[in-house]
Design a binder for this molecule. Structure first.
Ligand SMILES: Nc1ncnc2c1ncn2[C@@H]1O[C@H](COP(=O)(O)OP(=O)(O)OP(=O)(O)O)[C@@H](O)[C@H]1O
Length: 318
């Protein structure tokens, strides 16, 4: 269990992380989602004791990183492709890491096997492709067989095959009961990889919910077809919903309902005993929901106690 409590990090004028509180549970992949500059890397660096919080705490199974005995055996991380000595082989790079962290040598070949690098173990890491370097970084993270894993934008620069592989890799780690946190600025990527989402914008928490919940919020409008359309229109309007009659591409009449999720419309129809022949959420607005939620965080920051006037707008250049 990874716990972030009231975590804040200020760099001069920049409030990179602002009063973040959330938990990352074992057994699921938790996606850490936010636009570039939202504060994901800074938060992860504080989790690993690489940056000191301005205030607040991060604990891993109840202890700050700095207090962990043999940290590599408890937490594995892939922050970027990682520094690798170009003239060392993959195996000797990992042996050096293992030796300096009290990890038995046999783990090196196990970790190489795990990430599919056994056949190139004795090759110079300097000649590796980005995808292979990424795998070597993962092998390093797995070396101590840690229960907690932190991956910062692991799919960046990978080819489609590598992306599919790494998704499966992270899911397996969660299935083994480990705590897995993976950051990304890509909502679609996270919806394919993660079970749970912690969403931040401007250093603040925007959402902490399942991927399903987040995407159902994204279905902000719903299209419905029914043999009892006038009656359905009436009950939906009575429920206070904004209903607009329309026509499907094939010419059949439909109702479009704004700012609602399919569950609500389905429940209202069922309650009124009305048959539905189609119930479709408009999922195209995932990115829009993300942006509108982030914009909300910016407004809150502007009006909040710490909101500096002229705070940078979300999504803008850093
Ligand atoms: N060492 C630093 N000194 C000053 N400002 C920093 C430092 N590190 C990060 N920042 C600022 O803190 C904010 C959060 O950056 P951070 O890298 O944590 O975001 P991110 O969500 O990881 O984005 P990205 O995916 O682009 O790295 C940004 O405004 C960034 O410019």
């Amino acid at each position: 269990m990874l716990r972030v409590e009231n975590l804040t990090k200020v760099f001069g004028q920049v409030r990179a992380v602002e009063d973040l509180t959330f938990e990352v549970r074992p057994g699921v992949v938790t996606g850490f989602l936010g636009p570039n500059g939202a504060g994901k890397s800074t938060t992860m660096r504080m989790m690993l004791g690489l940056d000191r919080p301005t205030s607040g705490t991060v604990t891993i199974n109840g202890q700050p990183y700095r207090d962990l005995d043999h940290p590599l055996r408890q937490v594995g991380a892939l922050l970027d492709a990682g520094w690798i000595h170009p003239n060392r082989s993959a195996r000797s790079h990992l042996r050096w890491m293992a030796a300096s962290n009290g990890i038995p040598k046999r783990r090196v070949d196990e970790a190489l096997e795990m990430v599919g690098l056994s056949s190139v173990a004795s090759k110079r890491a300097g000649g590796f492709s980005l995808g292979m370097k990424q795998r070597l970084g993962l092998a390093g993270a797995m070396l101590g067989d840690p229960h907690t894993l932190l991956f910062d934008e692991p799919v960046n620069g990978l080819d489609p095959e590598g992306i599919v592989w790494i998704r499966g890799f992270m899911r397996n780690l969660a299935r083994e009961g480990r705590t897995v946190l993976v950051s990304s600025h890509l909502l679609t990527e996270m919806s394919l990889t993660a079970d749970h989402l912690v969403v931040i914008g401007q250093g603040r928490l925007i959402a902490d919910c399942s991927v399903g919940e987040f995407t159902s919020r994204a279905s902000s409008s719903v299209r419905v077809r029914s043999p009892q359309l006038p009656e359905l229109h009436r009950v939906l309007a009575e429920a206070g919903l904004s209903v607009t009659p329309g026509m499907a591409n094939d010419g059949r009449p439909v109702l479009n309902i704004a700012d609602v999720v399919t569950d609500q419309v389905g429940d209202i129809a069922a309650h009124a005993g009305i048959a539905l022949h189609e119930l479709t959420g408009a999922t195209a607005s995932l990115e829009e929901v993300f942006m509108s939620m982030t914009a909300g965080a910016v407004q809150y920051q502007g009006g909040g106690p710490h909101g500096p006037a002229g705070a940078p707008t979300q999504g803008g250049p850093r």
